[in-house]
Design a protein around this ligand. Structure first.
Ligand code: UDP
Length: 355
């Protein structure tokens, strides 16, 4: 079986790592990676390949004009050329980034079978580019691997059949089970931090709104007066915060590697974020999460009381922080499978290719 994974952004490297580990245990599987270079800073890309022990990409798109690095049609062009030569048995795409959609569209153009990892998620907010990327990728994929039961229900409600829709559980749960013990065991800078909350913001819809960003920064400044706020900052967010002119009292640090992030998650008191992945990782580490968006695609976490949707208004963030600080919900839920999602995915791909 000749499989090509296509990734380009930080959260995809983590999902890829879980798949790759499982694929290497299978006989007769050739697995190679195309990296679109959507994320190219070493601390957003190379460090993940090293820490997560993912082999060097077989292909790295050379999008010389960095401002166009995330441009879907440019990426699609580059990926199509590679896939047309390789003709793999299966193309695997991950999540909801521009690289996901570009890769799926390139494979579709060549009539290659596509597996979408993390299919069926819906925030029902079409102003988020991620939502459009998910919907369009699901439409053209042959296998739709759902991380949660709600993701499955979303797809069934949209008319997809069980020939395509498969509950795999979440490969990020596979990943954290393997890497968290390594993160806790390895000495690194973040292992020394004590009594802090962990914050991240990077979604385009938040970062492109100076009003939202200003209110978030002011709320984090106030929270920081009570509990230290550590904020590993995405380059796009740093630029946007600087642009608002707001004074920053909390700790803005450079983006950290995955192991350092897991160590921060393990040690923090709670998480404030607009990240999709971090909402689940907070749950995996039994930490309350305040979500700095108006909605989430991980609705089961909200229903379970472990995630509070705060939006981006100053007072709502402070109220949600207070509520989260005094909440003690149960984290004993099994929403995302049992840690063998990658195995389920590979078995299903094998079955499809055998027909
Ligand atoms: N992450 C990381 N270092 C950071 C920030 C995030 O390793 O400085 C990890 C985080 O633990 C999660 C993933 O990157 O696994 C999430 O990526 P991001 O928030 O960029 O994207 P999203 O999940 O919203 O798609």
């Amino acid at each position: 079986m000749n499989v090509i994974s296509i990734v380009g952004a930080r959260p995809q490297f983590i999902k890829l790592a879980a798949l790759h580990r499982a694929l290497t245990k299978r006989a007769g599987v050739k697995h190679r990676v195309i990296h679109t270079h959507q994320h190219y800073d070493p601390n957003m890309s190379a460090i993940f390949f090293k820490q997560l022990e993912i082999p060097e990409p077989a292909y790295l798109l050379d999008l010389t004009d960095r401002t166009l690095a995330a441009n879907i049609s440019r990426m699609q062009e580059g990926i199509t050329k590679i896939l047309a030569e390789e003709i793999p048995d299966m193309v695997i795409v991950y999540g909801d980034t521009n690289s996901t959609l570009a890769a799926a569209q390139a494979a579709k153009k060549l009539s290659l079978p596509i597996s979408h990892i993390e299919a069926g998620l819906r925030s029902y907010d079409n102003s988020m580019p991620e939502e459009i990327n998910r919907i369009e990728t699901d439409k053209i994929s042959n296998l739709l691997f759902c991380p949660s039961k709600i993701a499955m229900e979303n797809l069934v409600a949209e008319g997809y059949g069980f020939d395509k829709v498969i509950f795999s559980g979440d490969v990020m749960f596979d990943a954290i089970q393997y890497y968290l013990p390594k993160a806790i065991g390895s000495p690194n800078l973040t292992n020394t931090f004590e009594n802090f909350v962990l914050a991240t913001i990077h979604r385009e819809s938040t970062v492109q709104s100076p009003k939202a960003l200003t209110q978030i920064v002011r709320a984090l400044n106030d929270i920081n007066k009570k509990t230290r706020v550590i904020f590993p900052v995405h380059p796009r967010t740093r630029n946007a915060i600087t642009y608002t002119g707001e004074k920053i009292d909390f700790d803005l640090v450079e983006p950290v590697g995955y192991l350092e992030m897991l160590s921060l998650l393990d040690r923090c008191t709670l998480v404030l974020t607009d990240s999709g992945g971090l909402q689940k990782e907070a749950f995996f580490c039994k930490k309350m999460c305040v979500t700095l968006r108006d909605m989430t695609e991980w609705k089961e976490l909200v229903h379970a009381g472990v995630n509070i949707i705060a939006g981006t208004e100053y007072q709502n963030i402070l109220d949600a922080f207070e509520l989260a600080s005094t909440s003690h919900p149960s984290f004993e839920h099994n929403f995302y499978g049992t840690g063998n999602s990658a195995e389920i995915i590979i078995d299903a791909i094998g079955r499809l290719l055998a027909t």
